[in-house]
Write a protein that binds this ligand. Sequence first.
Ligand SMILES: [Zn+2]
Length: 67
Amino acid sequence: MLNTIWHQNNRMPAKATLAQRIAWHREHQRHCGCREVPKSLKKYFTGKNRRKHCALDSAVTADLKTQ
Ligand SMILES: [Zn+2]
């Protein structure tokens, strides 16, 4: 289901950083189900337990350091 209102209020920045994209998709999954997380970002969404933010955030931090 497309949550039009959420999308209007949460536009992805044109030049979003990796962290911004992950944050966007994290919120998107919570509020809208119009599309899945892209394959390239899937690794940051481990498991079905979305409370594992610690593991996710450390993975992001590690990737950002290598950019
Ligand atoms: Zn959506």
